[in-house]
Design a protein around this ligand. Sequence first.
Ligand SMILES: Nc1ncnc2c1ncn2[C@@H]1O[C@H](COP(=O)(O)OP(=O)(O)OP(=O)(O)O)[C@@H](O)[C@H]1O
Length: 361
Amino acid sequence: MAKITLDNLAHSYLPAPKTEDDFALKELNHDWTDGEAYALLGASGCGKSTLLNIISGLLIPSQGRVLFDDKDVTTAPTADRNIAQVFQFPVVYDTMTVRENLAFPLKNRGMDAAEIKRLVQKVGAMIDMESQLDRKARGLTADAKQKISLGRGMVREDVNALLFDEPLTVIDPHMKWELRTQLKKLHSDFGHTMIYVTHDQTEALTFADKVVVMHDGRVVQIGTPQELFERPAHTFVGYFIGSPGMNLFDAEIDGTQAKIAGTTVDLGGAYVAAGKTQIGVRPEFIRLGSNGAGIPATIKRIEDVGRHRIVRLDVAGTEISAIAAEGEAVASDTNCITFAPEGVNVYVNDWRIAASGEGAS
Ligand SMILES: Nc1ncnc2c1ncn2[C@@H]1O[C@H](COP(=O)(O)OP(=O)(O)OP(=O)(O)O)[C@@H](O)[C@H]1O
């Protein structure tokens, strides 16, 4: 396994990029720790594949370097990087049996037959295809073929990194959960460095130790699922992660207080804010009140989503969301909201700022 260093990395598909907007991947400096599982998460077109292709060697970046364990591999071809890749759609040899498909990368490396047999059996069990190892891949469903692709990616224990590009797209929902759990187990058993590209927050949050959130060609935050939930570094992270996403309130800030929709709110810390200022509060941290002591709000509708209810409210013409836990009453005369202090984040020009005295976010 390898540590992956992205040093001053950026990429433009244009021959002579002039401004930052010309870069599909904006400058990035980061060490990805040996043996960690990362998810690259973001909406379509944000630059996930561009970054993955640079790491895998399909694309040479227009700026900066990629290092595997301090060895510069920026221009090295994919074959020389000792990585395993699983793509969105299955890549399977139809005329070979499932066993032969799984054994292929091991045979290529000249591994002895007994060791190949052991590893193929193990991976066959992991992807739940033990009973089908000796049948031809031709005629299998797309779902089954993708399981073979995943198995082939996971069968080698000596790779520098395992790269997955939206690998569960064609897998049925039940099996998705199963395979994600298997991948996580594989990670804890073998400690592979894994990079998993997805636009699905559930996949990212359940799979990864660290989630790399990308927006508009930029890495906006790298953090644990808990960090992304509690302290979103950018308004995009707040909005993209969580269901519903974080509420944003335009605010004017003066020290420890903010003015939102004409109401003064205590922030629980002192802030110095210049620029477009917003308060971000996740729906889990909005409290409903009926005594007028808070920001004026009226209920528009209540959605029952099973384990809890989502209360949609109007605050000064903007819709915001609150979550009412199971069993928690929602008063029909609700007329205001307040914030749980631990759920308040302050943003200037979309980036989170810390309260004075708060540690680095
Ligand atoms: N070969 C290319 N030539 C020119 N522009 C490209 C090329 N590949 C990607 N782009 C552009 O670079 C930006 C980032 O694309 P990229 O495919 O990396 O995003 P993504 O997050 O992987 O999206 P998706 O999930 O849809 O694959 C997009 O604006 C895209 O149009």
